[in-house]
Design a protein around this ligand. Structure first.
Ligand SMILES: NC(=O)c1ccc[n+]([C@@H]2O[C@H](COP(=O)([O-])OP(=O)(O)OC[C@H]3O[C@@H](n4cnc5c(N)ncnc54)[C@H](OP(=O)(O)O)[C@@H]3O)[C@@H](O)[C@H]2O)c1
Length: 263
């Protein structure tokens, strides 16, 4: 595993995404992910699965401190009146005293609302609802403003070979933050790419493995692929025994000319 260090907290760079996992299938899949070795879970109030993710954590019998847990506040709840009750409800659903990372899921259109929300996010640190705070889907301009107000450590954004995040990464690296790459497999769309298939064949790895490796070979990038099946979960975890060479890294960077977003 590769770890990202933030405020002396070691974050497993490879995590498990839970969007679209619901009910019993979510509990089973998340429990399986913890059993095969994932120690970083990504959920959100919007996913309606916080209770199931929390249940999987308890069922795993792992020490709470071994798991890095992220949740997010949905934009309709980032107003002054709704923010804290929404975070408290997430903690209640998760059946946890705290999350490791709390994010604003999407910025609001009104920058005054975003500014007020970042102050409330910072208050969650003082209330010990979260050990770290961050944002998601923020532009560089919005991130700049947020950083003036609070110790934001992360921006979670869509990032895969078909969509460049070079400018965001330059900004994040200059400010000692990290990016979490969501939809790292382009929601499954990149696995049929012929360039990626050729590269993968050279390393005797799958396309998913090569894409996740490409992301993790970039400094301060974390990834959270979602995979329901044990086969895919294990495959996505098995990426620490090889390294992509510079030429292959560049070939994958060049695929971003497709400029495709899935979210
Ligand atoms: N902050 C945000 O706004 C935001 C937005 C979107 C997503 N997210 C987070 O990011 C996570 C991941 O993104 P995502 O779910 O959109 O897409 P993704 O992880 O890029 O792709 C998931 C798809 O890829 C398939 N897959 C996984 N491993 C595979 C493998 N080894 N070989 C072939 N196919 C494979 C999965 O199928 P199976 O499930 O059948 O294995 C699923 O259909 C989400 O679960 C969520 O936690 C955050």
């Amino acid at each position: 595993m590769i770890f990202i260090d933030q405020n002396n907290i070691q974050i497993p760079a490879l995590g498990f995404g839970t969007y679209q996992l619901r009910d019993k299938a979510c509990v089973e899949s998340t429990e399986r992910a913890l059993r095969v070795g994932y120690r970083h879970l990504d959920t959100a109030e919007f996913y309606h699965n916080e209770a199931e993710v929390g249940k999987a954590m308890r069922n795993s019998q792992l020490d709470r401190k071994e798991i890095f847990l992220t949740t997010k506040v949905w934009p309709t709840n980032i107003t002054k009146a709704k923010f804290m009750p929404s975070v408290e409800e997430s903690l209640r659903q998760l059946n946890q005293d705290y999350v490791d990372l709390l994010l604003i899921h999407w910025p609001a259109d009104d920058e005054n609302v975003n500014r007020a929300a970042v102050d409330l996010l910072a208050e969650c640190l003082h209330k010990q609802y979260a050990r770290l705070i961050g944002v998601s889907n923020f532009s560089i301009t919005q991130l700049e403003q947020a950083l003036k107000q609070a110790p934001i450590v992360c921006n979670q954004v869509e990032y895969h070979p078909y969509y460049s995040q070079t400018d965001m990464l330059d900004y994040v690296n200059a400010h000692e933050m990290f990016v979490t790459a969501y939809s790292p497999l382009g929601q499954g769309n990149v696995v049929t790419d012929n360039t990626l298939k050729d590269i993968a064949a050279n390393y005797n790895k799958s396309v998913s493995q090569v894409v996740l490796r490409w992301l993790l070979q970039q400094p301060n990038v974390s990834v959270i692929p979602k995979a329901a099946s044990e086969k895919h979960q294990r495959e996505n975890l098995d990426i620490f025994d090889f390294e992509l060479n510079a030429e292959d890294m560049e070939q994958i960077f060049a695929l971003s000319e497709k400029n495709k977003k899935y979210c």
